[in-house]
Design a protein. Structure first.
Length: 433
């Protein structure tokens, strides 16, 4: 026993052993702290600290006064199995469906506004947008004063430019698209596009010959981007978004509507003579968000040089309720920032809306099956020759190549003729028989 005690004393006096013990203790404490920070108890504690100055009962009392039970019960369907009052339905379920608490309070608009960076940290603490509105309006006006906001008039009025150089223009980055550029440009000239801001990104084909006649006519402004990229994420950030943002800043006083799209995307109205004409109904909006309808190769090996791509590639994805990635047509003067080519961040008080003029929330996609006024055909694969020689090399990993081949098959299933009404005019402009 004496020997053991002596050995123990020697061990405990050893500085390395002491360091080891300290390490074990610190690790244990750190793990316990980490578990606590992830616990529901800590979340509740944070909530109580952050809301200690908020009188939720007073806010709820005021919200009830603003709630119009008669309007709500006539306007919206309330399920038979709902337990509670009509007001409870709005607070627990209704606002998430876009239901209004009264005829003046546009819930989707307020949700879009209150989930902006300036408000989102507080917004989720409240039962509904109506409660947060009451809190800001009646109990804490400091944030409204800070940003000079009147939330009774959240949506600012869009003003048309006095004398824009172009009512409708396009900004696009392209690479190795020479075979299809002329058809794409002529299609958009039919749609009322007046100018194209085009950026060549390291193309190896003869795009200059195709574009020169349009440059000579002043229809196309062509610039070159030489940025080398490694991943598609690099392309989005360093090329796509950077270019779109710079052009928006440069033309904000000259262009009413600017399409931020790619050269494989064709936007048109279901009815009416042109896109430009249809957009006049949206001149009170700052940005229009439209969902993709994807087209594959339609099993077409190579589109003949004297025939139209849109006439050959007629097989698209099955249009279901699945939300699809959008693109935007924007009034560039109202753009604040573009973190992604699909989801702009607008200046305070301005929104990107769907075709029904309902504000879109953050990175929300749209349902192509309910889009009845506009169509965005995305010819993702083009023909088999382009798909194999140009598209697939963008993904060098073999597993990604197989995924893309499968994807192409999935988006080449259903006959789709929505765009074909423009074929006769486009053939004539292209000089095709």
């Amino acid at each position: 026993m004496g020997i053991i005690n002596k050995m123990a004393k020697l061990v405990f006096k050893n500085k390395y052993f002491q360091i080891f013990i300290y390490f074990i203790i610190l690790t244990s404490v750190s793990c316990n702290v980490h578990v606590f920070l992830k616990s529901e108890t800590f979340n509740q504690l944070k909530f109580r600290i952050r809301t200690r100055h908020i009188d939720f009962k007073k806010i709820d009392d005021k919200a009830r006064l603003l709630f119009d039970e008669s309007f709500y019960s006539k306007k919206y369907v309330i399920q038979d199995n709902h337990s509670g009052t009509i007001y409870d339905h709005f607070v627990n379920t209704g606002w998430k469906l876009g239901n209004k608490p009264n005829i003046l309070f546009d819930t989707p608009l307020y949700v879009a506004f209150f989930t902006r960076p300036e408000f989102k940290d507080e917004f989720h603490l409240f039962p509904s947008p109506l409660h947060y509105y009451v809190y800001l309006k009646e109990f804490n006006t400091s944030k409204l004063k800070q940003y000079n906001i009147d939330i009774d008039h959240i949506k600012k009025k869009v003003k048309l430019l006095d004398k824009p150089k172009h009512y409708l223009a396009i900004c696009t980055v392209f690479q190795n698209e020479a075979r299809f550029l002329k058809e794409w440009i002529e299609f958009y000239l039919i749609q009322g596009v007046e100018h194209f801001y085009l950026f060549n990104h390291n193309s190896k084909d003869d795009f200059q010959t195709v574009l020169q006649p349009y440059i000579d006519k002043g229809i196309v402004t062509l610039e070159t981007i030489t940025t080398e990229i490694v991943t598609m994420a690099d392309f989005e950030k360093l090329v796509h978004c950077k270019t779109f943002m710079e052009v928006c800043n440069n033309v904000k006083d000259d262009v009413e509507w600017l399409m931020l799209i790619d050269s494989d995307e064709f936007i048109f109205p279901y009815k009416g003579k042109s896109l430009a004409h249809a957009l006049q109904d949206y001149d009170t909006e700052a940005c229009l968000r439209l969902p993709w309808v994807l087209f594959g190769t339609s099993n077409v090996e190579k589109i003949p040089d004297d025939e139209l791509m849109i006439a050959h590639l007629t097989k698209s994805m099955h249009i279901t309720d699945t939300p699809m990635v959008p693109k935007v047509i924007i009034k560039p003067r109202y753009l604040k920032f573009l973190p992604n080519p699909h989801y702009p961040i607008m200046k305070m008080g301005y929104y990107d809306v769907d075709e029904n003029k309902v504000p879109c929330e953050g990175r929300s996609d749209l349902n192509s099956s309910v889009t009845k006024k506009f169509r965005l055909n995305h010819y993702w694969s083009k023909d088999e020759k382009f798909f194999n020689e140009v598209k697939l090399p963008l993904w060098p990993e073999k597993k990604n190549i197989e995924k893309k081949k499968m994807y192409n098959r999935i988006i080449s299933l259903k006959e789709d003729d929505a765009i074909l009404r423009f074929v006769p005019d486009l053939k004539e402009r292209m000089g095709f028989k």
